[in-house]
Design a protein around this ligand. Sequence first.
Ligand code: HEC
Length: 399
Amino acid sequence: MFGRILNKIDEEFLKSEPRKGELFAVSALFDTPDQIITSAEKVSGSGYRRFDVLTPYPMHGLDNAMRLRETKIGWVGLLAGMSGTTLAFLMIWWMVGIDYKNVIGGKPFFNIAPSIPIMFELTVLLSALTLVAFLIAVFNKLPSNANPLMATEFMKHVTSDKFGIYIEAKDPKFNQNEIKSLFSSLGASEVYDINEVSYDEGKTKNPILDFKFVGNLIGVGIVTAILSYFTLNYLLFLPPFNWMHHQAKVLPQSESKFFNDGFSMRKPVEGTVARGFIPYEFKGMHDSLVVETPNPLPVTKEILEKGKKNFDIYCSPCHGYYGKGDSRLRGQFPVPPTLHSEKVRSWKDANIYHVITNGQNVMPSYEKQISRDDRWAIIHYLRVLQRSQNAPDSDFEGK
Ligand code: HEC
């Protein structure tokens, strides 16, 4: 099917033949690369200047055979590039050094180093644009909108299966019959005359304004615009495209349709243990079963202060600020015993820890409210309270 479409396009293009314009060139097709090299040598050797060779692929030795001189297009690029560099230099120098001085970190207004990227960019930009414009204007010979070789049987072959050469009618040595017999003697498989295209039967003087040409340009422009519009505005945003700020995620305290119960926050799986936090292993056990672990915290000012703070917050409402059992709850809760009793004083720290964590009779557990370390800190502070009420004689002797 693809082949058929291509053929159709071919036919459409070749419709313009035979053309009615002036003679542009005489061309010949050869079957082998050797033939085209010999022909190129012969043609350039015979003194023809306005000729060219077209081959389906680049061929070594062709430049020499054609006696081509070094192309001058590089000089155009160099000139354009250098004006780009200069222009950029002047532009930045005037903008930041004279017109709009900005103090940035105390640096000089104008400096070469940071200007280099811009100078480079403008160099490349100007040389590229100039070269393209130069190609269109000079080599494509504006205002003609295409080379007369385009859409010819000759061009069709030299871009696929044959090797072609043509000599322009403008060549000073041009003689149609002579050239034709030269090509035949070199073994050309076909020799064509190529005529200039005449637009609108010669009515359109300026081919750039040719109705078909301009119409096609406008058509391509409109199609490109429509396609870009749809691509950039719709195609790019089809699912699964998603803006980053519209992510499928659960927010704390918000509704979630993902789970049946509609909550976004989930309970951890039962038995989950937080990293670095092993649950109290003697929970609910009798005092006597508790393995006595020593208080893991050192006695420092900070820890005692932390202990005091938490004791005052969590324990003092029932036990009183000094642990004497003077509850501030005015009988709304059973008054606890004093913490200065012989019993509690002789307890190991682990016993007190057990009471705080586990609770005891009517005293509830403070496991949830007070962190592990804070519990141990409270115990250090409680020891300080106890010692303050029951100081041994040695304390008074300053030992
Ligand atoms: C809601 C009031 C309340 C709070 C708050 C409270 N306790 Fe108690 N606590 C009690 C009661 C009541 C008892 C006596 C329980 C019993 O009958 O064995 C008690 C008993 C104790 C005992 C055992 C005393 C003994 O002689 O058997 C210790 C130790 C103790 N509490 C420490 C604390 C610490 C430390 C805190 C702060 C983290 C605290 N309690 C917070 C009410 C409270």
